[in-house]
Design a protein around this ligand. Structure first.
Ligand SMILES: Cc1cc2nc3c(=O)[nH]c(=O)nc-3n(C[C@H](O)[C@H](O)[C@H](O)COP(=O)(O)OP(=O)(O)OC[C@H]3O[C@@H](n4cnc5c(N)ncnc54)[C@H](O)[C@@H]3O)c2cc1C
Ligand code: FES
Length: 341
């Protein structure tokens, strides 16, 4: 994804039974070109992990940016499927993909820009808050994410904004330093305050919608970032809806993150921290277990009276989906999430 695209002429992409669009000379991937052209191209993660952006190339040539991206299975590859977030057209192409509804088209197209790292602070355990100063980017909605391009690392990484967009170019992210992870360790340890980082966004569908139902925000680890943003969004509204914010952490070592919840204190907010593996259960007086279990214990029955937002690692997302969709039959349109693939 770090390919130099500066010399490429614009190319035309024809979508079978759909619109045509021009893929600009500075785009790095089909997906981002299509989104910038205002199309409802399907996607979730934007970084090769989920498979939501699969399409078929009918004519033309494309470069595959990440050959082994986990978003495609061997069967997908044998059937000629490709990932739009990992494909770069090399000339005019014709493709087959089913676009989403027009309601999926963001009012403002994402933009790629250069940001400056303006601050970094510990949030507890292996999590840091990074502050970026962006320029020329469209406003983001609470719950959306951006793609950051850590210097010297192949490929973009997705990180969710944790603040609200105040129109001043201040975008904040809570990043967990993943052991052995090249993108997150570069962002946490390898970029100095004052250095520049390429950023593209905003992206994502799990943004806060207006509504009348109370809101449940469930965060696993660094899923805290977007859930803080969504909670802040609800609490900033002139409305009566309440927020139940549940944060799942592993052990006492990560409890620094609980201070982020305390800082939100509001009469319409209920905040709960759940530890899945406390080192000393007798010293921890709060909830113990997996965070989805606490959602059910604290709020069921009648989970369909809430709108749900959640973000975190795949096992937590799977457990939340099973809880809400299968066991408690919460309508699909009341559920929005980001899976940290
Ligand atoms: C929508 C979304 C929002 C997220 N928000 C957050 C957040 O707010 N905070 C947070 O800490 N984490 C978040 N994540 C997870 C984050 O994007 C990274 O996966 C995580 O930080 C580990 O990255 P790493 O580079 O350290 O690990 P690595 O193991 O080096 O890389 C992990 C990911 O990077 C991408 N990648 C790896 N190699 C390549 C390659 N060669 N080419 C292209 N892409 C590659 C893939 O997506 C891969 O899954 C989010 C993920 C998603 C999908
Ligand atoms: S959006 Fe392309 S694999 Fe997830």
């Amino acid at each position: 994804m770090s390919a130099d695209t500066s010399a490429s002429p614009p190319v035309h992409i024809r979508i079978e039974n759909g619109p045509d669009f021009v893929f600009g000379p500075h785009e790095d991937a089909l997906l981002r070109g299509a989104l910038r052209a205002g199309l409802a191209f399907p996607y979730e993660c934007g970084v090769g992990g989920c498979g939501a952006c699969r399409f078929e190339l009918l004519e033309g040539e494309m470069q595959t940016l990440w050959e082994t991206a986990p978003g495609l299975s061997d069967r997908d590859r044998k059937r000629g499927k490709r990932l739009a977030c990992q494909s770069r057209p090399l000339g005019d192409c014709r493709i087959r993909v089913r676009l989403g509804p027009d309601t999926d088209v963001p009012a403002d197209s994402p933009q790629r820009s250069r940001a400056v790292l303006t601050g970094r602070r510990s949030v507890g355990g292996d999590m840091l808050e990074l502050s970026l100063r962006v320029e020329g980017m469209p406003a983001f909605k609470a719950g959306q994410f951006a793609l950051l391009y850590p210097p010297g690392v192949t490929g973009a990484r997705a990180y969710s904004m944790s603040n609200l967009d105040a129109g001043d170019g201040d975008w904040r992210f809570i990043v967990r330093r993943t052991p052995g992870g090249r993108g997150s360790t570069t962002l946490c340890d390898g970029v100095a305050v004052g250095e520049r980082i390429d950023v593209d966004g905003p992206f994502g569908h799990a943004w806060l919608r207006p509504g009348v139902r109370d809101v449940v925000c469930v965060a696993g680890g660094s899923g805290l970032g977007p859930m803080l943003s969504v909670a802040r969004g609800v609490l900033a509204e002139d409305s009566a809806r309440r927020v139940h914010l549940l944060l799942g952490l592993r052990s006492e070592a990560e409890l620094g993150a609980a201070a982020e919840l305390q800082a939100l204190a509001h009469e319409r907010l209920t905040a709960t921290v759940v530890l899945s593996a406390p080192v000393d259960p007798s010293a921890w007086s709060g909830a113990i277990g997996f965070v989805h279990t606490e959602v059910e214990r604290a709020l069921a029955p009648g989970l369909d009276r809430f709108d749900f937002y959640f973000a975190g690692p795949p096992p937590m997302i799977d457990a939340m989906q099973d809880l809400l969709m299968v066991r408690h039959r919460v309508p699909f349109e009341q559920i929005r999430f980001d899976r940290y693939v």
